[in-house]
Design a protein around this ligand. Structure first.
Ligand code: ATP
Length: 323
């Protein structure tokens, strides 16, 4: 598939994230602006394998820029992990003479894209996941919105916690990455933040709760990243150590929903535009990345190899501020 591209496919894959629609819109509109034909692929790789592709018009992405979720739908596809599935996916693209694919999703979705690149499709990855767990970019689409959602929820929980003199343990998403817990915890002044990247000491947390209580503090909030384990278990252990009543809230999927924040919508639009520009510039095997407040294109391989580091300085500061 050498030469100039004419036809681009776009799909969303893995977990949905607020802002994905703004990225889809940007790919469709910038592509059409430059005279390309854009196909929307429904339900990620699962839909691609089963031929669920549709040409997108300018109007097909009207009114979605600030809508949460993904209008293209998303899915996880076990078949795409097999050589037979990858061949079927490639054949569906070939059938419609699609020369390039923009994949919006997490690193699993990027791996799927690389199997198509190996068959000659030009690919660009756009990092879209609330977890902010992809190396090579400061932010992924959806993270900022999810952090804002957690902060909003925790501020409501704090109201009831202070009325009842209670310790609340709030479990947040992030898979193996503590970024949501760290950013939201710092933003809302959580008393402790438990993340999978850094060992924690429940005796020390319990002592901190007791010290706070002695100072007259009547409530505490502890944020637990899901990668640490169950918030219920943390709650039980803290109650056993401190004697304080604990209440547990698992925020769950509400963290995935809602309109994207302005920051996510802007990053998503810029990444969608950059993805198309990359393809117009004959690039392939690239990802879009947000670095120092600028969206750039860089090798897709930069998403792998290293684990995204947690900002240790911010983590230490959060501990210092919650003495
Ligand atoms: P999120 O971080 O939001 O979960 P993700 O893209 O990492 O997003 P995954 O479930 O890991 O989510 O991957 C999405 C899809 O990408 C999988 O269902 C599968 O179809 C495809 N995929 C993942 N890994 C591979 C792989 N090694 N080879 C081929 N396809 C893959």
């Amino acid at each position: 598939m050498a030469g100039e591209i004419q036809r681009i496919g776009v799909l969303t894959s893995g977990g949905d994230a607020p802002g994905m629609n703004a990225a889809v819109r940007a790919v469709v509109r910038k592509g059409i602006f430059h005279g390309l034909t854009i196909f929307g692929i429904h339900r990620g790789y699962e839909g691609l394998i089963h031929g669920e592709l549709q040409e997108m018009s300018i109007g097909s992405v009207a009114d979605i820029v600030l809508r949460g979720g993904t209008v293209l739908k998303t899915a996880r596809s076990e078949e795409m992990k097999t050589p037979a599935g990858q061949k079927k996916a490639f054949e569906q693209l070939q059938k419609r003479q699609i020369d390039a694919l923009v994949v919006i999703g997490g690193d699993g979705s990027f791996r799927g894209a690389q199997t198509l690149a190996a068959q000659g499709v030009r690919i660009i990855g756009i990092p879209g996941t609330i977890d902010n767990d992809i190396a090579g970019t400061d932010l992924t689409i959806g993270f900022d919105t999810a952090v804002n959602t957690v902060v909003d929820a925790v501020s409501k929980i704090r109201d009831t916690a202070s009325s009842h003199d209670r310790t609340f343990i709030v479990e947040v998403m992030g898979r193996n990455c503590g970024n949501i817990a760290l950013q939201a915890g710092l933003a809302c002044g959580a008393e402790s933040i438990l993340v999978p990247e850094i060992p924690y000491d429940l005796d020390e947390i319990s002592n901190k709760l007791k010290r706070g209580h002695q100072r007259g503090k009547n409530h505490s909030i502890i944020l637990v990243s899901e990668g640490v384990g169950s918030a219920f278990k943390v709650g039980e252990e803290l109650r056993a150590r401190s004697g304080f009543e604990t209440r547990i809230t698992v925020l769950g999927h509400l963290q995935r929903g809602g309109n994207p924040s302005a920051l996510d919508a802007v990053i998503a639009a810029a990444m969608g535009g950059k993805a198309v520009q990359s393809l117009l510039d004959q690039e392939t095997n690239r990802m879009t990345a947000y670095i120092n407040q600028t969206v750039i294109s860089r090798p897709l391989d930069d998403a792998y190899g290293t684990r995204r580091p947690l900002n240790r300085e911010l983590y230490d500061l959060a501990n210092e501020l919650s003495i």
